[in-house]
Design a protein around this ligand. Structure first.
Ligand code: NAD
Length: 479
């Protein structure tokens, strides 16, 4: 069993008490014993980060870049170990875990490069005897609060730009999936960052999370999680006018036009609806298919869904692991039941898979529903489960209006061979990212984030650095 400790001021230490993390594929298996950090531990970590900030903020960006590059190398050296822990605590198939850790290493490498491109400006002035220079400086201590579904990537998306900018950090991993995130932070720290630059305090939201949100020495909060949690944090952080970036919930639509390349649309929708058991903020949650192509699309989706191999994430054949916890499986069932009561038809799944191997984990069969409409919770709320509700529509106008009929605005997907139609749809969808004929909106060098109640600010790309930097104008009179 793995022991997970806290990192405060350069020291790995135990907490006064501990708790256990279990394997969602087998609830009898304990994955790790984890230090239960308290408010006091979080305060110590913040103090350490605050002290370390004074000198870290003044390091050369090239020095920060070297450390980040080294960190990326160490993460890749430990990829197998961290990926295995991620699968054990989170349930996702090992190949997806490897992908997550590999991407996290690339993120560190990318921000190593961006660290040396944090440029200022020399701006024109009204008087010939005045010079105006604009520089960008790190904002201070950053509190990084991450969820359980991509506990390593979503940490890397924050840690990379924060360290590149010259911020020091206190990381609060998800209390439910802290193991791989903490091992990732250990690998980064082992590159040789000075004590206090990186701190990690696993623990409850009510203790560690609250301290990060309320302590005035934390200048910036970078949060990924549920929309309701994000609103609460924003309200509390407003008392101190903290800089806050929020990556929140989603309810992503996919529009399948009547000229869609089905050989791309079918596997694309199936993968993006069911991958990681639908527990992804950019999962396809609603499909609007034009009536001319609906039968062929639905037939293809059912055929592809029936072939998916469900199992323990450590089995190399597994394509879908268990759900992360029982409440999520229950909520998924409730959303399916609500839809069926209101007239939806179940074409596939809707229950636990049968077999001894599934008895001890939170497994669920990927589910396909048709005859759905917007009175149903499945079309309006974030299910965070493996369900693809398909609604047949008569026109693109109808599809766009239904796609935008949500409080969320994170991602959307469009499948069509017509370029003009693709451009019109991408411009009209109210989201932070649209994918056309591909099943992912994520690209390291492009901004990722939400419109409407899916968030504030952007991660990835050079734009993520903006969240960790302040402008400073220096006006100089020439003697
Ligand atoms: P959550 O909101 O329950 O928790 C996220 C993190 O915040 C955890 O570390 C938790 O301990 C902490 N937290 C909870 N309450 C807090 C508080 N009051 N103060 C400070 N910290 C607090 O979310 P979750 O269940 O871990 O993650 C799933 C959610 O994350 C889904 O809604 C999903 O859409 C969203 N998500 C969004 C993105 C994105 O990029 N937009 C990516 C992944 C997940």
């Amino acid at each position: 069993m793995k022991a997970v400790q806290m990192l405060i001021d350069g020291d790995w230490r135990s907490a006064e008490s501990t708790y256990y993390v279990f394997n969602p594929a087998n609830i009898d298996e304990v994955v790790a014993e984890v230090a239960l950090g308290t408010r006091r531990d979080a305060q110590e970590a913040i103090e350490a980060a605050y002290r370390a900030f004074a000198s870290w903020a003044r390091t050369s960006p090239f020095e920060r870049a070297e450390l980040l590059k080294k960190a990326a190398t160490i993460v890749m050296e430990r990829i197998e170990e961290i990926a295995r822990l991620l699968t054990l605590e989170n349930g996702k198939p090992l190949k997806d875990s490897r992908k997550e850790i590999g991407f996290a290493a690339r993120v560190l490498q990318y921000y190593a490069e961006e660290a040396t491109r944090i440029f200022g400006e020399w701006v024109p002035t009204i008087s010939p005897s005045i010079r105006s220079i604009v520089i960008r400086q790190p904002v201070g201590v950053a509190g990084l609060i991450v969820p359980w579904n991509f506990p390593v990537d979503l940490l890397a998306w924050k840690l990379g730009p924060a360290l590149a900018a010259g911020c020091t950090v206190v990381i609060k991993p998800s209390s439910e999936a802290p193991v791989a995130a903490t091992e990732f932070a250990r690998a980064v720290n082992d590159a040789g960052f000075p004590p206090g630059v990186i701190n990690v305090v696993p623990g409850r939201a009510s203790e560690v999370g609250t301290e990060l949100v309320e302590n005035p020495k934390v200048a910036k909060l970078a949060f990924t999680g549920e929309t309701e949690t994000g609103k609460h944090i924003l309200e509390k952080a407003a008392r101190h006018l903290k800089r806050v970036s929020l990556e929140l919930g989603g309810n992503a639509p996919a529009i399948v036009c009547d000229d869609a390349p089905l050989e791309v649309a079918i596997p694309g929708c199936v993968r993006r609806a069911f991958s990681h058991m639908g527990q992804i903020c950019i999962s396809i949650n609603r499909v609007y298919v034009l009536e001319g192509i609906a039968d062929a699309f639905i037939e293809g989706v059912l055929e592809a869904t029936a072939k998916i191999k469900i199992g323990n994430g450590l089995d190399p054949e597994t394509e879908l692991g268990p759900m992360f916890r029982e409440e999520l499986r229950q909520r998924t069932k409730e959303h399916i039941e609500d839809a069926l009561e209101k007239g939806a038809r179940l074409l596939y799944g809707g229950s636990e898979p049968e077999g001894e191997e599934y008895k001890k984990g939170f497994f669920f069969t990927p589910t396909v529903l048709v005859d759905v409409d917007h009175r149903m919770r499945i079309m309006r709320e974030e299910t965070f489960g493996p369900v693809m509700p398909i609604m047949v529509v008569r026109s693109l106008e109808e599809a766009v209006s239904l796609a935008n009929d949500t409080r969320y605005g994170l991602a959307a997907y469009v499948f069509t061979k017509d370029l003009s139609r693709a451009i019109e749809l991408t411009e009209r969808l109210e989201v932070g990212g649209v994918a056309v004929n591909v099943n992912d909106v994520t690209e390291l060098q492009a901004p990722f984030g939400g419109w409407k109640q899916s968030g504030i600010g952007r991660e990835l790309s050079r734009h993520a650095l903006d969240g960790y930097l302040e402008y400073k104008h220096i006006r100089i009179g020439l003697a």
